[in-house]
Ligand binder design. Structure first.
Ligand SMILES: [Zn+2]
Ligand SMILES: [Zn+2]
Length: 281
């Protein structure tokens, strides 16, 4: 039986580990198959692939992209993408630029609330990686405006927060196409179906499948057994591939453990076998 984690982040997006540190930690924990799925970038993957040399661990190239669906933002994972695909990289650059616009808008809102966070400070927090709201949160914590990440999102940065700004991202259909164009498998990440009843979520799933979605992240770091079985039902009903992962972010989400999530993550080996067949690997 393999130990598998197909959803992790490095400091190339909003994780705290370098790709090398992540690969080495995964290997020490006995993880056999790992995917790094940074937001809007594949820049950490070459270092990660390098780090697996001489290790028994297999690395599946991945990414996590934000998309618009029925006025909500959802995340779509892409597995086995071709990292050298020029068109895909150009598309990612455009997507990353929408992040900077949003960060500036959020900082302006914070300013009107009397909270002083500069772009330079947020950029310093993000280091070399894709900039995101967690980096604003880090500055808010460092400057004692909030106690922790949770408070930063509840009070200011989350969808109900006082400084929230929605990001303009492409439709799910387009994001799915980007991943498929780059030879990857598009998978709906952490399907929470908040505000959707059973039939709504099935209808949403049906629409996404018609748009080219191929998989569902059935197993996830924080899902209950009931939630997993609901997603399992959807995956079977729509003949979708299944994936699973912790959504590890290192120090930025300290309650989520690599390979384990909140403790009970288990991704069956056959899930990866099917994914590999679908990708032709
Ligand atoms: Zn996500
Ligand atoms: Zn993620």
């Amino acid at each position: 039986m393999s130990r598998i984690d197909l959803h992790t982040h490095t400091y190339f997006s909003d994780g705290s580990y370098s790709p090398t540190e992540l690969v080495e930690s995964a290997n020490q924990l006995g993880i056999d198959i790992l995917s790094i799925t940074d937001h809007d970038t594949t820049d950490g993957l070459n270092e990660a692939i390098e780090a697996t040399t001489n290790l028994p661990l297999e690395l599946i190239p991945g990414i996590e992209l934000s998309a618009q669906f029925h006025n909500r933002e959802m995340h779509i994972l892409g597995y086995f993408i071709d990292l050298t695909d020029r068109q895909f990289q150009t598309r990612l650059e455009a997507l990353r630029s929408t992040r900077s616009v949003r960060i500036r808008d959020i900082l302006a809102r914070l300013q009107t609330l009397g909270i002083d966070v500069s772009l330079t400070e947020v950029e310093a927090a993000s280091g070399t990686g894709t900039i995101g709201r967690p980096h604003i949160a880090q500055v808010l914590i460092a400057k004692n405006y909030v106690k922790n990440m949770k408070e930063a999102f509840e009070q200011f940065l989350g969808s109900r927060g006082k400084a929230y700004v929605q990001r303009e991202v492409p439709d799910a259909q387009e994001i799915i196409r980007w991943i498929t164009d780059a030879g990857g498998i598009p998978v709906l990440a952490h399907p929470y179906w908040e505000g959707f009843n059973k039939e709504d979520s099935a209808k949403a799933c049906q629409t996404l499948v018609e748009q080219g979605l191929q998989g569902l992240e059935v197993f996830y770091g924080t899902f209950s057994a009931r939630h997993i079985s609901f997603n399992l039902g959807l995956a079977r009903r729509f003949d979708l591939l299944m994936t699973g992962g912790s959504d590890f972010h290192g120090a930025l989400k300290p309650d989520i453990a690599l390979g384990k999530g909140k403790g009970s993550l288990h991704v069956p080996t056959k899930v990866v076998e099917k994914l590999r067949i679908a990708a032709g690997r």
